[in-house]
Each structure stands twice: as structure tokens, then as C-alpha cells.
Design a binder for this molecule. Structure first.
Ligand SMILES: Cc1cc2nc3c(=O)[nH]c(=O)nc-3n(C[C@H](O)[C@H](O)[C@H](O)COP(=O)(O)OP(=O)(O)OC[C@H]3O[C@@H](n4cnc5c(N)ncnc54)[C@H](O)[C@@H]3O)c2cc1C
Length: 498
């Protein structure tokens, strides 16, 4: 047994890192345990092979996905997903917290409403936007999406010419594109073409790792241990008495103890730890969601310039709730960077020569859609006797149908922005699990949720959850800002209790 802390936080990503810094700033003794390491080599950030083919900063476990061992694009370094993400930090719509409004019979009654409203999170969104240095355009319209009451903490950079064309072409057709709010410090941003998926070379894209480092320095009460894998929670009956960890370098195992424990190992990692601990709640690991993300690539007759600079700048919420003819909730459409040549080669026909790929890259502008995939208890995380994580996942016909509809809207958006032709990607990837959520959902009662509205496990009151696992539904925007805001809210409960 080692010394005791007020709180042990497991996982340093959007949820864990954000909560740990808040609890430490309130004067509590926090130990933050992270399985990954600090990303070591600053010479690698723009190396596509190291980052995206060898997946060096991603979780190094082989997860069994629908029976196939797979290395997932899932953050595996200090800062978790936020060390690699696109930092599009969007507030959702008010109705995102009341999914029953849009999905009626398609969802069980117990999750027609989240256990919290937008208003419960509003002050915490404000704090998260400050913490992660969000730059947004105060005069833009976000349709049904929420925004700060005053202004964003920082201003964005001007649109790149190809994005100006995208915006004006669509404004002329009556759409209301907006500048994506991004957690990026544009005073120092290098505006790289390779952004999401890569480690930021100079820390301009703010990660939970940076937020944690700053709090550790300022408070002296946050201790961070990287390269430490939490194996399971130690229990005496239903009471959790410690966490059993392995130092991944030495192989040594220890049990660490605290007054409270916070699980924030991500929506695949957190349920895996509870299952390894023998926790029996029947919903642990179920209802895994990850968004359905159709991608449409606009091909232009002339060079777009998008392959050599930062273009993740524009969002469209015009189809968030569908259209008059197709009144189904869909989600956000947002810019994507031009993929690197190796990632294009991964999906392109083998006969396509490198010169052709390079030529295409110069004439591209991609968009991604975010379809709010619906929860299904059969989509789940399990752990076998050897401790290996399994992930079973299938999208529903309804998810695919909405994905196809949004794809057609995205084709129109790109054509209005000058694209001569569009390529659509119809088969979703099993490796890209960036928006994973839902596997330890929170709610008002134990029969329908694993945790209560404050993230506390119904079965083990000394344990809180603070990551994307809590989401009952997946929202129509990226999850990161809501995970951060909710982690700050849960931190307040933990602090009060201590
Ligand atoms: C390439 C990419 C682009 C993205 N772009 C966006 C975007 O633009 N906007 C947006 O909203 N979201 C985006 N996301 C998603 C966003 O990063 C995640 O939603 C968010 O980071 C999830 O937060 P989390 O706390 O649930 O988990 P994570 O941030 O994944 O953190 C979990 C942490 O727990 C650690 N861990 C796991 N198991 C253990 C264990 N047993 N012991 C100890 N530690 C463990 C992991 O190593 C990891 O560091 C993106 C993600 C990626 C990968």
C-alpha cells in the first residue's frame, strides 16, 4: 500500500485532466494516473507515417473489434484524445439534452431526457472555454447550437480563401455557415495543414496535458504519474478500497488509495476497468456510441491551397434537425483537413500512383458530418478472462439512412463552394473511435443508469465517472467540450464532499 490521496483520477484526457486540475486548484491532494506517456520526440509531429500509420501517440493495445484485432485511433498519451484532437469545441443544442423530442419511440423512455439540462452545464461551458482558450466569432449564428452569452474568450483567424468561397457560396443560397470555435491559441498557432490526429508541435492547440501541467506547477497538490496502467479497483464487498496499478516500464504492481476515485479512462477504457474489477451493474459497457461520420471530398478544377495550410475553420448547423422534407435529427457539418498522402493511399485503389494522389490533394476540400448515432445495448465493451478488451459495434439502418441524407447535403454545400465533383465515403471506419461515448451512462435511477446525475456510481458511491462514458446519447456535435464542462461540474461535487 502507498500513501493516501484525497482523489485518484484515472485517465488524463478531456474528462480526467479537466477534473484533476479543478480539484487540485481547490486545495485537494490529487493523484492523476495515466496509462500513456508524455509524447517524447518533438521531431515527429508532422511525420504522417509515425503519427497515423504506425499510430505512435495512440493507444497501443490491440482491441478486438467485431472479432478483428485492431489498433484504434484512440489517444494513448498524456492528455488522451485532447493531445490529438481537432479542438472544435462546440456547445450542443438545448434539445440535445432531451433526445426523446426527436427520437420518440426509437429510444427507451428512461433516456428521453439526460439527467441534466443545458442550463446545468452553461456556467461550466464558460469555464471550459476559458481553460481551453476557445477562439470563436462572436457575431456568427449557430442555428440551434448554444454559444456563450457574451463572447468567446479569444478571436479566430480570418478564413482561408477556399473557405471564404465555401462560406459565401452557401450564404448566397441562404445557409448560415459559421467559424468553428476552436481550442487553439492563434497567437502562436503555426497553422499546419496536419492538425487533428497529430501532436501539436508548439502547444498552440491546448490539451488536457497542458492544463494538468499548469495546475501541478501552480498548486503543488497535483501529482501526475504517466506510464501507469490501472488494472482494477480493489474492493471490500461493495466498498472500493484502492486501485491496483502496473508500472508499465518495471512491471511492478501497487495498490494506491484515496478518499474518492474518478474514472476517466475514456468510453472504452473506463467500463473495461469496472468489468475487470468484477463490478456487476448490467449496463456497464453497453450502449457504446461513436457518431456516424460521413466524409465528402470536394474536388476543384483549380488548386484549393487546402493541402498546405490550416483549413478546419467552418461549421454548418443548417441541417442539424434535418430539412422540411426529411425532418430527422442529423447533426453538425464541419471542415476537415486534407488527408496526407499515406492516409489517402490507405483507402485509394492500389493502382493510383503517388503523383496522382499529390495532384488530387492540391484540388481537395473535405467536409465531415456528425450523425448522432442512437444507443443500442448490443453495441458494447466487454473484457475476456485474459483481460483483453472486445468491442462489438454495428450502426443501425436509421443511422445509415440519416448518414446518406446528410452526405447529399454535404455534396450540395461543397458544390455551392465551387467543387466540380465530390467523392463520398460510404463505409464507416472501425478504427476511428474519436467520439466514443455512452458505456457508463448517467441517469436518475439505478435500473436505467450506471451513475447518478453527478457521475457517482450507484453501486460504489466512492467512485465517480467524469469522461464521455456518461453520455446517454451522443449529441450532434463533437463531445469534447461537453465532457470538459461536465467534468468541471462533477469536480464541484467531489470538492464539496471532501
Ligand atoms: C484525432 C481526433 C480528433 C478529434 N477531434 C475532436 C474535435 O475536434 N472536437 C471534439 O469535440 N472532439 C474531438 N475528438 C474527441 C475528443 O478528443 C474526445 O471526445 C475526448 O478526448 C474524450 O475524453 P475522455 O476523457 O472521455 O477520454 P480521453 O480523452 O480519451 O482520455 C482517456 C485517457 O485515459 C487513459 N487510460 C485508458 N485506460 C487507462 C488505464 N487502464 N489506466 C490509466 N489510464 C488509462 C488513456 O490513455 C487516455 O489518456 C477527437 C479525437 C481524436 C482522437
Amino acid at each position: 500500500m502507498s500513501e493516501s490521496y484525497d482523489v485518484i483520477v484515472i485517465g488524463s484526457g478531456a474528462g480526467g485532466g479537466t477534473l484533476a486540475q479543478a480539484v487540485a486548484r481547490a486545495g485537494k491532494r490529487v493523484l492523476l494516473l495515466e496509462r500513456g506517456r508524455r509524447f517524447p520526440d518533438v521531431s515527429l509531429p508532422h511525420d504522417e507515417r509515425a503519427m497515423l500509420i504506425q499510430k505512435q501517440p495512440y493507444d497501443d493495445r490491440d482491441i478486438d473489434v467485431n472479432g478483428n484485432p485492431t489498433r484504434l485511433y484512440m489517444g494513448g498519451v498524456l492528455g488522451g484524445g485532447t493531445s490529438l484532437y481537432g479542438a472544435a469545441l462546440m456547445r450542443p443544442s438545448r434539445e440535445d439534452f432531451h433526445p426523446g423530442i426527436h427520437y420518440g419511440d426509437r429510444l427507451e423512455k428512461a433516456i428521453h431526457d439526460w439527467p441534466i439540462d443545458y442550463e446545468d452545464l452553461a456556467p461550466y461551458y464558460e469555464r471550459a472555454e476559458q481553460l481551453y482558450h476557445v477562439s470563436g466569432e462572436p457575431s456568427d449564428h449557430y442555428g440551434p447550437l448554444q454559444r456563450p452569452t457574451e463572447s468567446y474568450p479569444h478571436s479566430p483567424i480570418p478564413l482561408k480563401p477556399i473557405n471564404e468561397r465555401l462560406v459565401s457560396g452557401n450564404e448566397n443560397a441562404g445557409l448560415k455557415p459559421f467559424v468553428l470555435p476552436l481550442g487553439i491559441d492563434f497567437n502562436i498557432c503555426l497553422q499546419c495543414d496536419a492538425c487533428p490526429g497529430y501532436i501539436c508541435p508548439n502547444g498552440a492547440r491546448i490539451s488536457a496535458g497542458q492544463v494538468v501541467d499548469a495546475a501541478a506547477q501552480e498548486t503543488g497538490s497535483l501529482e501526475l504519474k504517466t506510464g501507469i496502467q490501472v488494472e482494477r479497483l480493489e474492493r471490500s464487498g461493495e466498498t472500493v478500497t484502492g486501485v491496483r496499478v502496473t508500472d508499465r516500464e518495471s512491471g511492478e504492481q501497487t495498490v494506491l488509495t484515496a478518499k474518492r476515485y474518478v474514472l476517466a479512462a475514456g468510453a472504452i477504457g473506463s467500463p473495461a476497468i469496472l468489468l475487470q474489477s468484477g463490478c456487476r451493474h448490467p449496463l456497464i459497457g453497453r450502449n457504446y456510441m461513436m457518431h456516424l461520420s460521413p466524409i465528402v471530398v470536394g474536388l476543384y478544377l483549380k488548386r484549393t491551397g487546402a493541402e498546405s495550410t490550416f483549413v478546419k475553420q467552418v461549421g454548418f448547423a443548417d441541417h442539424y434537425y434535418g430539412t422540411e422534407d426529411y425532418p430527422h435529427k442529423l447533426g453538425l457539418v464541419q471542415s476537415l483537413p486534407v488527408p496526407g498522402p499515406l492516409m489517402i493511399a490507405k483507402t485509394a485503389p492500389a493502382w493510383l500512383p503517388r503523383a496522382a494522389i499529390d495532384g488530387l490533394r492540391k484540388r481537395m476540400l473535405p467536409l465531415a458530418g456528425i450523425i448522432e448515432d442512437l444507443p443500442n445495448p448490443d453495441n458494447r465493451v466487454t473484457v475476456d478472462e485474459a483481460g483483453r478488451i472486445h468491442l462489438s459495434h454495428r450502426y443501425s439502418e436509421y443511422d445509415f439512412e440519416r448518414g446518406q441524407f446528410l452526405t447529399q447535403q454535404m455534396v450540395q454545400i461543397l458544390k455551392r463552394g465551387g467543387a466540380a465533383h465530390c467523392l463520398t465515403k460510404s463505409f464507416p471506419s472501425t478504427e476511428h473511435v474519436a467520439h466514443q461515448c455512452g458505456t457508463l451512462r448517467f441517469g436518475t435511477d439505478r435500473d436505467h443508469a450506471v451513475a447518478d446525475r453527478n457521475g457517482r456510481l450507484f453501486d460504489h458511491p466512492e467512485v465517480f465517472v467524469a469522461d464521455g462514458s456518461l453520455f446517454p446519447t451522443s449529441l450532434g456535435v463533437g463531445p469534447a467540450l461537453t465532457i470538459m464542462a461536465n467534468a468541471l461540474r462533477i469536480a464541484d461535487t467531489v470538492i464539496d464532499e471532501l
